[in-house]
Design a protein around this ligand. Structure first.
Ligand code: GA4
Length: 314
């Protein structure tokens, strides 16, 4: 099985939008190539991440109020074998928090802001193609939500330390020496769309609609796009958010991933786009709720919970 690849340089827009809708429908995860984000922008943020995670524990703890986390995911007891930085994408927050994260705050915030600009641009292009392919009248119905100055979009840099199975830990019955530690447990992303990039260390897996896990191959120069819960609602379930996880197998090298989570503002109403609802055959499958309502619900859940269930019309 092969994950679809979308070539953003394709000139035939109608065909391109069809391909994007098909990829969202059939997989909920796809690769984007010819995205126009320069290799330099990608390598600069990668370097900043490497520099930060190489710091001493006490130095990293100083960055804690600004988004540093180690092993704990969320607030309800989920854990993973990783360290991360997680912060809002507004430039003011980034420039303020850079001082506690880097010894060269301007260099750090410059690298982060340029990456966010690139990833946001890719997210907006994809959302405009989605809207076009779905036949929605308002051409910018979804991209305008993440372009909003109040958008609640996030950036996350994950660092999975190298892991090698020692001889004594090796299971003599195992067929290989893979230890399959859970790096980041199974979940879907709550936002509209995730733009993900990871280095050349494998580990990401996603499920098909039939619940079969497949591996997402590394491609450090390109992005993967992941359909989130909010897009599932906006499309009235024509798309479903994709469940994914990170399993760490033996690697001498750390796995790093960078995610831009495109989200609307807190007061945005999350409800199917008008064109996606045609009662009586296809009524709205969700009660309207705000992004703020959804955030509250998600922070009271565990990572792997089906968070949209309480908002469904039964
Ligand atoms: C999953 C996707 C993003 O990484 C994230 C995560 C968030 C967090 O780490 O704080 C959550 C998780 C994610 C969904 C359920 C809640 C919230 C941890 C958790 C247990 C930043 C996000 O937006 O939702």
């Amino acid at each position: 099985m092969e994950i679809p690849t979308i070539d953003l340089s394709m000139e035939n827009r109608t065909e391109l939008s069809k391909q994007v809708v098909k990829a969202c429908e059939e997989f909920g995860i796809f690769k984007v190539v010819n995205h126009n984000v320069s290799r330099e922008v990608i390598s600069r943020i990668e370097e900043e991440g490497t520099e930060f995670f190489a710091k001493s524990n006490s130095e990293k703890q100083q960055a804690k109020p600004f988004g540093y986390g180690c092993k704990n995911i969320g607030t309800n007891g989920d854990v993973g074998e990783l360290e991360y930085l997680l912060f809002p994408t507004n430039p003011q927050f980034i420039s303020e928090s850079s001082k506690s994260i880097s010894n060269h705050p301007n260099k750090f915030s410059g690298a982060i802001n340029n990456y966010i600009k690139g990833a946001k641009g890719v997210a907006c292009k994809i959302l405009d193609l989605v809207v076009e392919g779905l036949g929605v009248q308002d051409k910018f119905a979804l991209s305008k939500l993440i372009k909003d100055v109040e958008s609640d979009s996030l950036l996350r840099i994950n660092h999975y330390p190298p892991s090698m199975t020692t001889d004594s830990e090796m299971d003599p019955c195992a067929t290989g020496n893979t230890n399959n530690t859970i790096g980041f447990g199974e979940h879907s992303d709550p936002q509209i769309l995730t733009i993900m990039r990871f280095n050349d260390v494998a580990g990401l897996q996603a499920t098909t609609h039939d619940g079969i896990w497949f591996t997402v191959p590394p491609d450090p120069h390109n992005f993967y796009v992941i359909v989130g819960d909010a897009l599932q609602v906006f499309s009235n379930e024509r798309f479903t958010s994709v469940r994914h996880r990170v399993l760490i197998t033996d690697s001498l090298k750390a796995r790093t991933s960078i995610m831009y989570f495109g989200a609307p503002s807190l007061n945005c109403l999350i409800t199917p786009l008008p064109e996606m609802v045609k009662p009586p055959q296809n009524p709205s499958r969700y009660k309207p709720f705000t992004w703020e309502d959804y955030k509250k619900a998600m922070y009271s859940c565990r990572l792997g919970d089906s968070r949209l269930d309480p908002f469904k019309v039964h």
